[in-house]
Design a binder for this molecule. Structure first.
Ligand SMILES: NC(=O)c1ccc[n+]([C@@H]2O[C@H](COP(=O)([O-])OP(=O)(O)OC[C@H]3O[C@@H](n4cnc5c(N)ncnc54)[C@H](OP(=O)(O)O)[C@@H]3O)[C@@H](O)[C@H]2O)c1
Length: 275
């Protein structure tokens, strides 16, 4: 990636607000920006200036003095409330003087597409990072416990998915946040190859040297075992979105970074000590 120079603001060095700044993509972005000397404000409920998607009174203080925002919505742009929240946040950001938004989005999701259009219509610089499933779902999120227990049971068939690494997303996000030339771009970020969930779990088993197996479960059994607050979202992601609509790789990581995206096998090897 091109060397980063914190010259974005003619010497005034306004802070970059990274929403979800303690999460899978956000904390990697915060680390990169801080290492390169950019002033960064973490946006999360536990940050020194707290930001809470469910408490709009926190938004204006978090946006005060901010020029550029990485927008990672919680829990997911696919939930029905997301467009309303993204619309209100975008308006608050424009009113606060923000001039650039970089939106983390998902592929093949109607609500995420609506959110993208809201950001694209805000009248300020925007970049959309439309991502496939993250590798780190297996090591930093809801699939970790299943991997540790040795069995990943999901309601998915042999649908291939081009899993993408949060390290690559973070590199692309930092480029879009700090460099010119990414305004008005929709980057579809994927890994370098298609894997089924069974393939991904087999890669994890190979990297750890432990038996970790994949089991397909009927959707109704999977839904019945989920906590109610995440059941609708996960069923939508695993059964509606994971129908093959996203089963193609893109060259957008290479287009932005000038290098290949990280392969799932390399992620699994580097992450084996977590499992
Ligand atoms: N996972 C995937 O495979 C995938 C694929 C494509 C797109 N996406 C998109 O990725 C986004 C999530 O990004 P991520 O995976 O990097 O984040 P994440 O790992 O899910 O982290 C969640 C972050 O949000 C913060 N957070 C939690 N509740 C919050 C609230 N009520 N208000 C404000 N912040 C809150 C957390 O910090 P605190 O707990 O400190 O508040 C943390 O920083 C979603 O919008 C999703 O649509 C995910």
């Amino acid at each position: 990636m091109e060397r980063l120079t914190p010259v974005h603001c003619n010497g005034c060095m306004n802070e970059i607000l990274v929403l979800g700044g303690t999460g899978k993509t956000g904390r990697r972005i915060v680390h990169r920006l801080q290492s390169a000397g950019f002033p960064v404000r973490v946006g999360s409920r536990t940050a020194p200036i707290p930001f809470d998607w469910t408490d709009r009174a926190t938004w204006t203080p978090a946006l005060n003095g901010i020029e550029t925002v990485y927008v990672s919505y919680y829990p997911d742009l696919a939930v029905p409330d997301a467009p309303d929240a993204i619309g209100a946040f975008t308006t608050a950001a424009v009113n606060a003087g923000v001039s650039r938004l970089v939106l983390l989005s998902g592929r093949g999701e109607d609500e995420a597409a609506t959110c993208e259009r809201i950001v694209q219509g805000a009248g300020i610089d925007w970049t959309v990072l439309r991502c496939s499933w993250f590798n780190q779902n297996f090591s930093e999120d809801y699939l970790l416990d299943a991997v540790l227990a040795g069995e990943v049971a999901l309601p998915v068939d042999d649908v291939p998915e081009p899993f993408v690494d949060a390290e690559d997303i973070a590199d692309v996000a930092v480029a879009a946040l700090t460099q010119d030339g990414h305004t008005g771009q929709v980057y579809e970020l994927t890994g370098p190859r298609l894997l089924t969930f069974a393939d991904a779990v087999a890669e994890i088993a190979a990297a750890t040297g432990r038996p970790v197996t994949f089991v397909r479960v009927p959707p109704q059994d999977y839904a019945a075992a989920l906590p109610p607050e995440v059941a609708e979202l996960l069923m939508y992601l695993f059964t509606t979105v994971l129908d093959g609509r996203n089963a193609h790789v893109t060259g957008d990581v290479r287009r932005v970074l000038g290098r290949e995206p990280r392969d799932f096998a390399d992620y699994a090897k580097a992450t084996a000590d977590v499992w």
